[in-house]
Ligand binder design. Structure first.
Ligand code: HEM
Length: 389
């Protein structure tokens, strides 16, 4: 039976791109792996998905179909090494201790606590709060802080968010091919220049307590740091804001808010379920670099594969605080293998920070109005108004 929460989620997916919605629905019936003409291979099984994403001998993110292919056209061929070669392994090894749970919590406290306290106060006085807008402001602040850009007010944070989001949106229309036309490449380079305007200075002067200062101390050059900065801005903007608004909606739509209020120590479960059900990166693409098999399928070098993460994560059912950890999917919403999300701890800390701020009103929230975002890369709410009872 489809619940109210599932209906709202379905609308969010449909509004973002009807073709994505159709692809994910098809994933329910295609079987574990199936070839679809002009789209490529679809993978809808958790075990095969993990096998593919961890098979670095036969797949890559830098060929046609992978996200690295987009970036090589925008930033230059050097990113190929940074994205999937030995350079990638070295980069991941170096920045591992920068992206821990503890550093993520400290980061969120430093950058978001004051703004979240304002949201709690506003909501407590009976005012409506647009959580979708708040999420964009919060994520814009985090991204600006990461990239060493000045952070004045909510308006600036929205602008930062929009720039990063604009860059990510250039991937729209790459459903059939990840080759970009020259006009798109030029627009992308302009957005990259705006996003990285503060990186050189931050990289040169920031202390080791700041991410880019830490990159310098770890021996990362300016070009690598700029590449990492762009990647973080694009990968960690729309996804995190989407997870925040959709989780807040899911908690209300499933009647979970009173329970969470009574048991705030269940916030990590709400975060996990919100991430699982929303799966803000609903499809993860790979390029096949050498012939191989996946289940019954024979993949050929040059093929393109789409892992339907959203369909796989949602096969277990709707948002449920009591749903136990699912070993088959684990954290598939953050990918798997050597490209697994670098910002996972940060995303979880941002989401937990927001839920705690809403719980701090001492009253459960309900949704008073909503509008799904249309034609966006990451399905999300354009507007999600809530109030406390
Ligand atoms: C709810 C929020 C988020 C979700 C659902 C998410 C999801 C993902 C997924 C699925 C991948 C793997 C893509 C692939 O294998 O092709 C990924 C990679 C990545 N994410 Fe996230 N992400 C989120 C937030 C963030 C944040 C906040 C940051 C950093 C500020 C970030 C930085 C990255 C980076 C740098 C990569 C590439 C890692 C690599 O290739 O080694 N993400 N993310």
């Amino acid at each position: 039976m489809t619940t109210t929460a599932q209906r709202h989620e379905s609308r969010v997916l449909f509004a973002s791109r009807p073709a994505l919605w159709a692809l994910l629905r098809a994933g329910r019936w295609t079987g574990p792996v199936r070839r679809v003409p002009r789209v490529g291979w679809l993978v809808a099984d958790p075990v095969l998905a993990r096998r593919l994403l961890t098979d670095h001998a036969h797949t890559s993110v830098v060929g046609e179909g992978g996200v690295g292919h987009l970036w090589a056209q925008v930033l230059g061929d050097w990113v190929t090494e940074l994205f999937d070669g030995r350079g990638h392994a070295a980069l991941r090894a170096r920045v591992r201790d920068v992206f821990t749970e503890a550093s993520a919590r400290a980061h969120v406290d430093r950058v978001l606590a004051a703004r979240l306290a304002v949201a709690t106060r506003e909501l407590s006085t009976g005012a409506e709060l647009d959580v979708a807008d708040l999420a964009r402001v919060l994520v814009g602040r985090v991204v600006a802080d990461l990239l060493g850009l000045p952070l004045a007010d909510d308006g600036t944070a929205r602008e930062r968010f929009a720039t990063a989001e604009g860059l990510a949106a250039l991937a729209l229309g790459t459903g059939a091919s990840t080759a970009l036309d020259p006009a798109t490449v030029a627009t992308a380079r302009d957005l990259v220049a705006r996003l990285t305007a503060g990186v050189a200075d931050e990289w040169a002067h920031a202390g080791p307590d700041r991410l880019l200062g830490r990159c310098r101390e770890l021996g990362l050059g300016l070009r690598e740091t700029e590449g990492l900065a762009v990647l973080m801005a694009v990968a960690g903007t729309g996804t995190a804001a989407s997870a925040m608004a959709r989780t807040v909606a899911l908690v209300a739509d499933t009647g979970t808010a009173p329970r969470l209020l009574a048991e705030p120590d269940r916030v990590p479960d709400a975060v996990r379920e919100g991430l699982r059900v929303s799966t803000p990166a609903p499809v993860v693409g790979r390029h096949v670099t050498a012939d191989t098999t996946l289940g019954d399928a024979r993949l050929r070098a040059g093929d393109r594969v789409l892992v339907l993460t959203h369909a796989i994560d949602n096969a277990a059912g709707g948002f449920d605080l009591d749903r136990p950890y699912e070993p088959a999917t684990r954290q598939l919403w953050f990918g798997a293998g050597r490209h697994q999300c670098l910002g996972a701890a940060l995303a979880k800390a941002e989401l937990a920070g927001l839920l705690h701020a809403l719980l701090a009103t001492g009253r459960p929230w309900r949704v008073t109005g909503r509008r799904a975002a249309r034609r966006v890369l990451v399905p999300s709410y354009a507007e999600l108004r809530i109030a406390v009872s």
